[in-house]
Design a protein around this ligand. Structure first.
Ligand code: SF4
Length: 258
């Protein structure tokens, strides 16, 4: 579910691809998911559009993997926006092009949620990503200059713990809200590398409390968010799997609808 102003609307997480140019240690997606899992817009979008209307979904959230890696990202974005949905995107922003910035400015984007792993290349590399901090931060600034609404998510883990202050300072300086995530699902192939890099809950809570006290714009930890709405107010669409309550339903201990 998403909030637009004071209105809460039904939402669908639309996974365009499970491919990503990063290999974050906290990521639930295994490295070897194949391109056949990419959304085929010609074949899948018309039926999905019909199903979303049946469920009164108003907001479509494009994500992945890295959604900007999908070769038809711009066409999919236009199709979803043209069908009348509010559209948001979650991206690591490392592949942002000028054509994307123009697209988001022309066809209003509800929100770009950018994953910020740190403010230094070293933090990115420690988290399992290429050292592209400058490119990501530059991308945020380009979007803000184009009038696009941006929010940041910091997945805090052992590789970037020391950068949380820098990220929060950047967010405060640019006026964008920051959400911190500190808990991770096991990877879909059963690997525990995601939880191995997780901070101890007491350390995570202490870090977030300090960030809030210093920077103010830090919002909830995952554990403080509302209860699960999968299948009631939110759905997921994983290419080839159809519309399902939640992409993680089979693994999530909070889902009663797996
Ligand atoms: S950027 Fe996101 S999708 Fe890509 S590896 Fe990192 S957590 Fe996974």
């Amino acid at each position: 579910m998403s909030s637009i102003g004071h209105i809460q609307c039904k939402t669908c997480d639309l996974f365009l691809t499970m491919q990503c140019n990063f290999r974050c240690r906290h990521c639930f997606i295994p490295d070897d998911w194949r391109p056949s899992h990419d959304l085929d817009p010609q074949r899948e979008w018309p039926a999905l559009d019909g199903a979303l209307r049946q469920h009164d979904v108003l907001h479509v959230h494009l994500l992945g993997g890295e959604p900007l890696l999908h070769p038809s990202f711009e066409d999919i974005y236009r199709a979803v926006a043209d069908a009348g949905y509010f559209v948001s995107v979650t991206s690591n922003l490392s592949l942002l092009r000028e054509s994307h910035v123009r697209l988001f400015a022309q066809w209003p984007l509800l929100r770009m949620r950018v994953t910020l792993l740190g403010v230094s290349d070293a933090a990115y590399v420690r988290c399992g990503a290429p050292g592209v901090a400058g490119r990501v931060i530059g991308g945020v600034q380009r979007l803000l200059s184009a009038g696009v609404r941006v929010e940041a998510v910091l997945p805090m883990q052992s590789g970037n713990r020391g950068e949380a202050d820098g990220v929060a300072r950047f967010c405060r300086g640019t006026g964008i809200p920051l959400r911190v995530i500190t808990q991770y699902f096991p990877r879909l192939d059963g690997s525990c590398q995601t939880t191995a890099c997780q901070l101890l809950p007491s350390d995570a809570e202490a870090d977030v409390t300090k960030l809030r006290a210093r920077y103010g714009m830090v919002t909830a930890l995952a554990t403080e968010q509302n209860s699960c709405t999968a299948g009631d107010l939110s759905w997921s669409y994983v290419p080839g799997s159809g519309l399902i309550p939640c992409a993680l339903a089979a693994q999530c201990p909070h889902s009663a609808r797996g």
